[in-house]
Design a protein around this ligand. Structure first.
Ligand SMILES: Cc1cc2nc3c(=O)[nH]c(=O)nc-3n(C[C@H](O)[C@H](O)[C@H](O)COP(=O)(O)O)c2cc1C
Length: 241
């Protein structure tokens, strides 16, 4: 879902960059309602503002959209988790101040500490594995997550999987992310009831609850919007804003 860059930024919009280690993503953000349109990905080397920020000039940092209260980070291989993150951004924005979704492979893990709360999501690809279940960039930073200081902050996790073809391992990566964040001191919220899901087993089902929100765009894409909508309401009721 990329839009073409315009010579002049559209009226009532500003340019912002979400900056990772290698690439930065350019968005146009409405100054009226903060809605963002994803424009293009560019090497960070071409972004002067990023260079300034890296040199420790925090005045540019607001342009990186870490001014939002809730950070939204995901990983993806085929786009489902990114699409889910976009649903979450849209639905949560009705209740609170949420940043545009950022692919964790484009982010510095330490950037997460700038937010009051976090919503993070991962697919499950590494079927049956104990470690590295997402098969994505999260697997490289799991240890770093636990080393963050997120005391007093809330973290909620969503995941994408396939409850039919991989019904014995449905959304296993949610539990791995959950365990990775625990040492950070964050309060982990957003557990969900498995009623309404048809699966055999999941490492993410603990004491009768999923440790986050599982989504299945392979078989139940029509349920994703409502599941996300309800979950966002739940997160707000659990104090995320
Ligand atoms: C080879 C392969 C292995 C998979 N393993 C699992 C799995 O263990 N558990 C699960 O719930 N889904 C599994 N899936 C389904 C993906 O997690 C699902 O399609 C997900 O939506 C992909 O998200 P993404 O597009 O963000 O990468 C697997 C899919 C493939 C093709």
């Amino acid at each position: 879902m990329w839009a073409r860059a315009q010579k002049h930024v559209p009226k009532n919009h500003e340019e912002i960059f979400i900056v990772g280690n290698t690439y930065a993503t350019l968005y146009y953000r409405s100054i009226r309602n903060m809605n963002t349109i994803k424009i293009k990905r560019v090497p960070v080397s071409v972004i002067t503002k990023f260079k300034l920020w890296r040199q420790g000039k925090p005045s540019t940092r607001g342009r990186l959209q870490v001014s939002a209260k809730v950070g939204l980070f995901y990983s993806t291989s085929t786009g489902n988790t990114e699409a889910a993150a976009e649903w979450i951004q849209e639905k949560f924005a009705k209740h609170g101040d949420i940043a545009a979704p950022v692919d964790i492979c484009e982010a510095n893990v330490s950037d997460m500490q700038a937010f009051d709360s976090l919503i993070v999501g991962a697919p499950t690809w590494n079927t049956g594995a104990d470690e590295g279940r997402s098969g994505t960039a999260w697997d490289d930073v799991l240890d770093e997550l636990g080393a963050l200081n997120l005391k007093g902050k809330k973290v909620a996790i969503f995941g994408c999987g396939d409850s039919v073809a991989y019904g014995d391992y449905f959304c296993d990566a949610i539990e791995e992310l959950h365990a990775a964040f625990e040492p950070s001191g964050a309060e982990l919220i957003g557990k969900t009831d498995p009623a309404g899901y048809d699966f055999s087993d999941s490492k993410s089902l603990v004491d009768g609850k999923f440790l986050g929100l599982p989504l299945d765009d392979d078989n139940e894409e029509d349920k994703t919007e409502t599941r996300v909508e309800n979950w966002c309401v739940q997160l707000v009721s659990e104090g995320m804003k």
